[in-house]
Design a protein around this ligand. Structure first.
Ligand code: GAR
Length: 210
């Protein structure tokens, strides 16, 4: 059976696009955004994927909004919910409803630099290696079991923008890979670690083409 995927995004949607174009054994059944003007929704419409805009600014109660969002997601009967640049914190009740089928991508090598402005903070700290992480979502922000990471070198002349671009190119590689593994049923969780069935070695990507 094809894995039914619902994508949540807030903006550009380049990770969604990378997933949509990767010829994965999935069906993207809906793309939902909290921002009606998100460019990612336009791309979804171009591909004939159902889109839903749920404008969070029209809702003052955060929990009620989360519940509305969760009900909308469930209407599409997803096997997997993919956060692809979804820039709102999700509450505990929401996360519990989708436990074990909720993936996120974060632009840092977690557990370093959870939260916002990761590239600026990486440069301020002077780290020499930076990167991105796909992980299962748990109530602790940017902290769930890690599925795959990619590392890139930090250059002496990097700005937040040049570093973001180098990281983003890797996001576009590792997110489709993680979704493929999920769809193939290859991700095995064990005491907070995620291993790959039949292949314990390949969940890190080191400086690929960087
Ligand atoms: C990506 O860099 C993603 O890692 C980040 O937002 C960007 C979305 O880009 N997500 C987060 O910071 C979540 N904490 P996109 O809309 O082009 O995929």
């Amino acid at each position: 059976m094809t894995c039914r995927v619902v994508v949540l995004l807030s903006g550009r949607g380049s990770n969604f696009r990378a997933i949509a174009e990767a010829h994965l054994p999935i069906e993207i059944v809906a793309v939902i955004s909290n921002r009606p003007q998100a460019a990612g929704l336009d791309y979804a419409r171009q591909r004939g994927i159902q889109t839903v805009a749920l404008d969070h600014t029209q809702h003052t109660d955060r929990e009620a909004f989360d519940e509305l969002l969760a009900d909308e997601i469930e209407r599409h009967r997803p096997d997997l919910v993919v956060l692809a640049g979804y820039m709102r914190i999700l509450g505990t009740a929401f996360i519990a409803r989708f436990a074990d089928r909720l993936l996120n991508i974060h632009p840092s090598l977690l557990p370093m630099f959870p939260g916002l402005n990761t590239h600026e903070r990486a440069l301020e700290e002077g780290v020499k290696i930076h990167g991105c992480t796909v992980h299962f979502v748990t109530p602790q922000l940017d902290h769930g079991p890690i599925v795959i990471q990619a590392a890139v070198p930090v250059r002496g002349d990097d700005t937040p923008d040049t570093l973001a671009a180098r990281v983003l190119a890797q996001e576009h590689r590792i997110y489709p890979q993680a979704v493929r593994w999920f769809a193939e049923g290859r991700l095995v969780k064990n005491h907070g670690r995620v291993n790959l069935r039949d292949d314990p070695a390949s969940q890190s990507v080191l400086f690929p083409g960087a």
